[in-house]
Write a protein that binds this ligand. Structure first.
Ligand code: MLC
Ligand code: AMP
Length: 499
């Protein structure tokens, strides 16, 4: 039976004895053993009552079994729903209530709290830790072959939540076709082969680490040094044996900040790729001076997978995100009218192609706001396009902060702050940060007669929002700066606090 993503990424490796994953504990897992492990995971899913099209929520550490679970979910026709390990119980509850999974896989340390959520949504819970857990133990007892569930191009393979500028997070529905078409384009364009050895230090709960890095590696049969998290020492140690690295800009500024990072260390490297946040031109230039490599910058979004990339062979121009990927159409439009703009004018990036998602999970109105009937998705990113199609991002029409590659929607943080006792209103905004690119600041105004205790506020925010979303600085003001229309002037706040 056909299952287009599984058949392309995993099935071809059933007899491939080459190494797929080199793990932190020294274990090297072959491709064929990975295929067998994925089949065991598919049996676990089936036994847990996960029918084709049903969701599996995964908030777990990054291990070979987490990846095998992803493979097993594809083989069993399930919809894989990974969650940032930093999310709080409040956040996880929202995703589970919205997506109604049949199974939740979590870290053993969270099992009690997740158990309450699971009971409320009618899901089972299995655990996964760095060294084991009930998922792994259950999988051990399963057969190493599984009859692949048929899935067509439009069937869902993944559901990835992304926050929005208004209201709660939305689940982006990714089909088999969306993921496979993008993996194929990227593997071709970046010339990834079974000779490649990838340094994989990204989390596997987002598009970048899971779909861009893992799907291309699987498609090409590349060897992956799977690191549980970003660790500078581990990366410096792995580079001499590696050929490929994918990272967010923070990875590259951190490498540059280490005196040991030099050309000799990168002698075996073929390609460094950056994305998820803007790479400063100065980082691009300093990186070339230190390593002899011009970073290849690409641009994408959860909803669309990758959209543009600098060329592999042609000019990798610092500060630009390159050209539309093959099979992907990009246009720059007037944000008010949707009309296509002439080259050189700043407008909204819109994108269409097999890479573009199927819409937001159970949110037809939100889908209609961002995905046009003719198939173009409105990204919220502002850019100019040159006559040869090269795109340069110049800003965002959406109120979004990107810190170390993680998205923080000010509205979500402001909603939490505005709810707190004594707070009249708040404004959350980003300022430049040397390590994370941007960092979060909150301006607060107290209700008449109230006194705000920032320590209390921090504790309340801590209980509700993932750590990376927390304001790193609070400023208590008499009033927020507003323009004549009454709109809060975040640019004024940014100017005042950018130091
Ligand atoms: C960690 N912290 C962060 C943070 N990451 N705070 C703000 N922004 C972040 N990104 C917090 C920690 O909780 C900790 O809090 C403190 O910062 C210091 O942690 P650290 O040890 O320095 O952080 P580290 O673990 O090294 O993580 C930094 C990082 C990580 C950059 C390696 O954030 C990361 O892996 N980012 C990649 C994100 C990613 O994959 N994005 C792709 C999205 S997909 P405390 O308690 O100590 O103060 C997408 C589409 C596309 O965007 O185009 O790809
Ligand atoms: P996410 O919603 O997490 O998928 O983040 C997608 C957003 O990240 C995009 O809409 C862009 O704003 C931003 N982004 C991704 N890659 C780049 C890049 N190379 N340069 C600038 N911004 C980027």
């Amino acid at each position: 039976m056909t299952n287009i993503l599984y058949d392309a990424l995993i099935a071809p490796h059933a007899e491939n004895a080459a190494v797929f994953l080199d793990c932190d504990d020294g274990v090297s897992l072959s491709y064929q053993d990975f295929v067998a492990r994925a089949a065991q995971m598919a049996h676990v899913l089936q036994a847990a009552g996960v029918a084709p099209g049903e969701r599996v929520v995964v908030q777990a550490p990054k291990t070979r079994d987490t990846l095998a679970l992803y493979g097993g979910a594809l083989q069993a026709g399930a919809v894989y729903l990974p969650l940032n390990t930093a999310y709080t119980q409040d956040e996880v509850r929202y995703f589970c209530e919205d997506a109604t999974p049949k199974l939740i896989v979590c870290d053993a340390k969270d099992a009690d709290q997740i158990g309450e959520i699971a009971a409320d949504v009618g899901a089972q819970v299995l655990t996964l830790t760095m060294t084991g857990g009930s998922l792994s133990a259950t999988a051990d007892a399963q057969p190493a072959q599984f009859e692949t569930v048929a899935r067509g191009p439009d069937d869902l393979a993944g559901l990835l939540y992304t926050s929005g500028t208004t209201g709660r997070s939305k689940g982006a529905m990714m089909s088999h076709k969306n993921l496979l078409s993008n993996a194929r384009s990227l593997t071709d364009l970046w010339q990834i082969t079974s000779e490649d050895r990838l340094v994989h230090a990204l989390p596997i709960f987002h598009t970048h680490g899971l779909f861009v890095a893992m799907n291309t590696s699987l498609l090409a049969g590349a060897r992956v040094r799977l690191m549980a998290q970003f660790d500078l020492e581990e990366i410096l140690g792995a580079l001499p044996q590696s050929s490929l690295m994918m990272g967010v800009p923070t990875f590259y500024t951190r490498l540059l900040g280490d005196g040991r990072f030099d050309k000799a260390l990168c002698a075996n490297m073929r390609l460094f790729i950056s994305g998820s946040a803007p790479l400063l031109a100065e980082t691009h230039q300093a990186f070339e001076a230190h390593s002899g490599h011009r970073i290849l910058e690409r641009y994408g979004m959860t909803e669309t997978n990758m959209i543009t990339s600098n060329p592999y062979d042609g000019a990798r121009v610092a500060g630009t995100v390159g050209h539309a990927l093959p099979g992907t159409e990009v246009k720059i439009t007037n944000p008010e009218t949707g009309e296509t703009l002439p080259h050189g004018e700043i407008g909204m990036i819109e994108v269409r192609g097999d890479n573009v998602f199927q819409g937001y999970w159970q949110m037809p109105e939100k889908t209609a706001e961002e995905l046009r009937e003719d198939g173009f998705f409105i990204t919220g990113d502002l850019a100019v396009m040159e006559p040869d199609g090269r795109v340069t991002i110049v800003g965002r029409a959406k109120d979004l902060i990107i810190s170390g590659g993680y998205n923080i929607y000010p509205k979500e943080v402001e909603d939490v702050l505005n709810d707190l006792e004594g707070v009249s209103e708040s404004a959350v905004y980003g300022v430049p940060h040397a390590d994370f690119g941007e960092s979060v600041i909150a301006a607060l105004v107290a209700l008449p007669g109230a006194t705000l205790d920032v320590e209390v506020i921090k504790a309340e925010v801590g209980a509700r929002l993932a750590r990376f979303k927390h304001p790193r600085q609070y400023v208590v003001m008499e009033a927020l700066p507003r323009n004549t229309m009454g709109k809060v002037q975040k640019n004024v706040l940014r100017q005042e606090h950018k130091g």
